[in-house]
Design a protein. Sequence first.
Length: 240
Amino acid sequence: MTGSPGAYDWTAEQKEHPSNDGIFKVSTITGEKPLLVSFAQLAASLRPTHPDVDSKERFINHTLWSRNDSRIYFFVRGDFEVSGKRLDVPFVMNSDGSQLQMLSRHIGGHPEWESGHILIGRRDKDQIRFDTERQEIIGLIGTPEIFPDPNGDVALSPNGELFINGYNKSGKNYYSILRRSDEIWTRRVGLNKGGFHTEGLRIEPSPCWNRDSNQILTVAVDEHKTRQLHVISILPGSAD
């Protein structure tokens, strides 16, 4: 989530990029929340290649832990709804805030960590594997037939064996599920988005795996036209 309407913002009156706001690492046990990287630091990193950064109200989006908790990936965005002026830059850093690095390639709006320093993302019509250290594409996942929108919401199962891509089409969300070991795949019948297409209550695919890698949680409109949580179950042998 980027933010909540009406939430307290201690930097609302600041004209410059705040040095006391950015990405925090919060301990759910102690409540400690060290600031890993600030908006001021990010502006300094962006300024050499994006000199107009100081004129944009920026936000941080899609903050993702790597699977071994060693790295964090995120986007710095600004003027996101302004055609031709959008700022949308990917970064990666160590989970203690060190080794902040701006990435040279944008790999789509909904990347996912694979293993180590490898990300899953998009290039044109392909679902790709991207090495964040070498900053190069190292492989593909599936085909355009399996994943017609590789820029959709994606998720890799905790065991790394199943990959799901959710995408919008004609008022419904569809889900393609791929077993990586043999590339057997299936596509779920579309789930209704109802009238929730934009604004605060929009319904996006956003699949989320359970810890056992056999169920997926998502949101859709049910037969009573109400917005509900839905579970997609992966049954033993169902991909055969």
